[in-house]
Write a protein that binds this ligand. Sequence first.
Ligand SMILES: [Zn+2]
Length: 251
Amino acid sequence: MLEKWRPVYAKPGDDGLDIRDEDRVERKLEKGLKFEKMSEVVSFLQQQKFNYRKEYYKFLLDVAKNPISAKDIQAAVSLPFEVSLTEQKGRVILVTGDEDQSAGDPGNIDRRNSSRLSMHTHPLSRDGSADVVTPSFSDVYISEFAGPTTPLLLAHAEGLIHYRKPSYDPINKQLFDGEARDAMLIYGEAHGIDVFGFDRGRLKSYFSMSHEEKVVFQRRFAEETKMIIQEANWNEVGKIANMMNIVNLKT
Ligand SMILES: [Zn+2]
């Protein structure tokens, strides 16, 4: 059964895999433009018209000198595309993605899997409301590849989530140390959902679910498989500050 697995859930409109990374081109800053703070980067990106499906921007942030604030992250969530924050040599690299994927920079995958930070944002929905306030199934899938010392963080409209790969099997009520994709498969089957779109006929296809149903299903999965290490709403200042320490590489 597992041999047939393939990432068919990376369809347009879903939070897909990094399938288009290699097609994107880095958009260089105009000569003379230089940003030191994340707030400057975000205001630049808010004003910039560019095709974020085909091009990406990349910024280097010295967070020891100019720490990133929770407000900066919230502002980044309001961009129409995802952004990714990873660490390299003690600095944070911000790369823009698109609506479904967090980064266009090919080097991002390595940094995301083995650096001191692996964070991404989920943008608001088109009407400006909170959207995917949970690690998505794509995030679950790639959580498998994160190194043991790489913290995984998600910023969304309502707050921050610090998460890890699925570590509990709520169906068999036992610790889970298998592959993330298998956790999804087991969970999906137990709930009558064909998460990978195998279309065996006996299960409901994940792709036939509405966007809202998918969000609820992904959220329940993240909670029940104990992916969530800690999370906070933006107004929970203390908890947010703790997680911002991770973002600023102070842990
Ligand atoms: Zn995500």
